[in-house]
Design a protein around this ligand. Structure first.
Ligand code: AMP
Length: 495
């Protein structure tokens, strides 16, 4: 058994004066891990920096030097928490993994910042998770009844307890045994004294890719993080695949869950991934442009200018402009010193942020009929403000076009969306939404248009090629916690 003297907690430093409690289990995250590389923790920090868009609230890195695990975690951006080169001296070793995290309104606690770490019977075990476990509460209740003591309110911690209490002899078998009980979405990077284990849930809902740099093996949520450290993209971790990497770089692939039809998240293409990533073999940027083209074919507006809501609407607006022949112009200028609007907790902060973040390019917009393009409408806050901003700047007509179908359903798989009753499209029909955002017209791309843009001829209605539950309400897994809470009446889930 590995001698483990520095627990993950022993190096914890809270980077900010506050420490908020988090009782919500929803998370949106990015993960990154390397094995067999010098200064592994510094590479992880670089990789996480490229994944910052996936979570801006907290960050953690854990490393292993062949004997001990070390960890540093804090609230804030990667550049803020890892602001000093000397920190990496406290994270020694050739294996390291890290996590950027976004927690919903309600905040987060330092104790929920990943990678989570535990000393198990066979040695240290660290885990970084992107996704959301849809039966975490139910599993936690059972575990607590049997005596487990939880350190965090993160859904990820149930995996640690399930591994700890499994009766199988090897750690790998205990891990597989644990994951058989888990439902929902998980891309995981785990570290043990023997090496790294990376895996994706059987449906591959959340992404995870493999890269190589010299003798080092890398796992990352998105290819952009490989680019940033100069690593070459090898392939995606397959849905349901579990890959063990030893310290000498030997990789062994396991398929403990068979090969069910994959259902990767389509919202990664719409919004979440960076446009310079490649996902499912497709350039996210090109897919977004293709969505814009579909949108123009389906809902052409008579207008003088196509204007994106920056940055998320830019590629789709380029596609819309190319297809329609209407000139593309930057009618809204974005300040790059404000974070993602949606991510700010509380409606008040969100409203103020939209104003600080975007400003009308009045000289361009005045007297023009414009088509505004954004990737999605969630609560409607952004669209309402932006339409108003365009009118205040003198636009004569404002037509809103959205590069995704109406977001009518909550996500339980790690893309944080608010409760259903806060989603504009769940509360209103198209006309009411148009009136709410005060646009002259509003249209969303159809679900078939979206599928065409991701390279499918059509959506396979019996068994869709993607998880599109936020648009269709068809969830690919059971949602045990939701049902146990008596809130599952209007969801469509597999029998
Ligand atoms: P809202 O103002 O609530 O309608 O949010 C819509 C804006 O938030 C859009 O401009 C999107 O770019 C962005 N957005 C959509 N979904 C998410 C998400 N899950 N996390 C963060 N931002 C999002």
């Amino acid at each position: 058994m590995t001698d483990h003297t520095h627990t993950a907690a022993s190096f914890d430093r809270d980077s900010t004066p506050w420490d908020l409690e988090d009782d919500c289990l929803h998370e949106e995250c990015g993960i990154f891990g390397v094995v067999g590389m010098k200064s592994a923790s510094a590479s992880v920090a670089l990789g996480l920096h490229a994944l910052q868009h996936r979570g801006q609230e907290a960050v953690g890195i854990t490393s292993f030097d062949g004997e001990e695990f070390f960890s540093h975690r804090g609230i804030g951006h990667v550049a803020h928490v890892f602001n000093n080169q000397d920190l990496f001296a406290h994270l020694p070793g050739k294996m390291a993994s890290g996590h950027v995290r976004y927690a919903t309104t309600g905040g987060s606690g330092l104790r929920n910042i990943q990678p989570l770490f535990a000393d198990l019977a066979g040695g240290g075990f660290s885990i970084a998770h992107n996704g959301n476990i849809s039966n975490a509460m139910t599993l936690k209740r059972d575990l607590v009844q049997k005596g487990s003591i939880f350190q965090s309110t993160s859904d990820t911690e149930v995996i640690i307890h399930l591994v700890a209490t499994s009766r199988y002899p090897t750690l790998l078998d205990r891990f597989i045994d644990a994951l058989r009980l888990v439902e929902g979405a998980y891309s995981l990077i785990c570290m043990t004294p023997e090496g790294m284990i990376a895996c994706r849930d059987p449906l591959g809902i959340r992404p995870l890719v493999i890269g190589r740099l010299g003798d080092g093996i890398i796992f990352a949520s998105e290819t952009v993080a490989l680019d940033v450290i100069g690593a070459e993209f090898v392939r995606e971790v397959e849905p349901g695949e579990m890959i063990q990497v030893s310290h000498d770089g030997k990789m062994v692939s396991h398929r403990p869950f068979g090969k069910p039809a994959a259902r990767p998240c389509i919202f990664e293409h719409v919004y979440f991934s960076r446009p310079d990533s490649v996902m499912g073999g497709q350039s996210v940027y090109e897919v977004r442009k293709a969505i814009g083209k579909e949108l123009a074919k389906e809902s052409l507006a008579e207008a003088d200018l196509v204007i994106p809501v920056p940055d998320s609407g830019v590629p789709a607006a380029i596609g819309y402009a190319q297809e329609s022949g209407i000139p593309f112009e930057l009618g809204i200028i974005r300040s790059h010193y404000v974070g993602r609007t949606f991510i700010q907790p509380g409606d008040g902060a969100r409203h103020a942020d939209v104003k600080r973040k975007h400003n009308a390019n009045r000289a361009l917009v005045e007297g023009k009929r414009i088509v505004l393009i954004d990737d999605s409408i969630v609560r409607g806050t952004t669209s309402l403000k932006i339409v108003q901003m365009m009118r205040d700047a003198g636009a004569s007509e404002v037509h809103m076009r959205i590069a995704s179908p109406p977001t009518e359903h909550s996500c339980f798989y790690g893309v944080d969306t608010p409760e259903r009753n806060k989603l504009l499209a769940a509360r209103m029909d198209l006309q009411a939404m148009t009136d709410f955002i005060q646009a002259d017209s509003l249209a969303f791309v159809s679900i078939d248009g979206l599928y065409r843009a991701v390279g499918e001829q059509q959506r396979n209605n019996g068994c869709p090629q993607f998880c599109d539950a936020c648009f269709s309400g068809e969830y690919p897994t059971r949602l045990t916690d939701l049902i146990e809470a008596g809130k599952g009446d209007d969801v469509k889930i597999p029998a």
